[in-house]
Design a protein around this ligand. Structure first.
Ligand SMILES: [Zn+2]
Length: 218
């Protein structure tokens, strides 16, 4: 039995409905996908940054359908939404003329093991795997760990407080993998970039050369 057949049966048993218009068939229909405005240029990392570049594909607040898509993945366990999130990010990376080289590798912002247990999966990891496959780059699972169970960043208002909230919250467990590498770091949503900065700091301390941060939305 082929994988396609299994997927066909699963789609029959558990049909998808579009997050934007509720049409049956897909988590995101073509019309709603086309309605999402994708940025054409990278975002400048704010202030003094450990990031070489920050790519954020779309606007979380303005792009209602994109936020519904991310919410479906993150809070309602709709794993199929990860393909669509990755597609939006890839569209942005193409428009922004991002061209990874051979010494690049892809990884995801980790969840604390407590949150991972609650959610059952790391949404950023699912997106990151698609990105790695798209660019035929190695995907490095779990080279970072979140050691402190922080307050969700969305609940912390100011940038200074957000930076403080995640500072030192990450460690790199695998210096051998990251040494001298360009790391494409994936997250679903970035607000102030504080989480990216904290991850980048840990990766750079472990010997990574450059960190390119990519989020589906900001
Ligand atoms: Zn739709």
């Amino acid at each position: 039995m082929g994988n396609k057949f299994v997927q066909f049966i699963l789609a029959l048993l558990f049909p998808s409905f579009c997050v934007g218009c509720d049409t049956e068939g897909s988590v995101l229909c073509a019309a709603c996908r086309n309605a999402i405005v994708v940025q054409r240029v990278p975002t400048r990392p704010a202030g003094r940054s450990s990031l070489s570049m920050l790519y954020a594909a779309t606007e979380y607040r303005e792009q209602k359908i994109a936020s519904l898509l991310i919410g479906a993945l993150k809070y309602h366990g709709v794993k199929r939404a990860a393909d669509h999130c990755a597609d939006i990010l890839i569209t942005h990376l193409c428009l922004a003329q991002f061209a990874p080289q051979k010494n690049y590798l892809v990884t995801a912002v980790p969840l604390h093991r407590k949150r991972l247990r609650e959610r059952g999966f790391n949404q950023s990891e699912l997106i990151a795997k698609h990105i790695a496959a798209q660019y035929a780059l190695p995907y490095a699972p779990r080279i970072l760990a979140r050691t402190i169970h922080t307050t969700p960043q969305t609940e912390v208002r100011e940038r200074a407080k957000r930076l403080e909230n995640v500072k030192g919250a990450f460690v790199c467990y695998n210096a051998q993998t990251v040494r001298g590498k360009y790391i494409i770091l994936i997250d679903d949503v970035t607000t102030t970039g504080a989480t990216f900065e904290a991850c980048a700091h840990a990766l750079k301390s472990a010997g990574a050369k450059k960190i390119i941060a990519c989020a589906v939305a900001k």
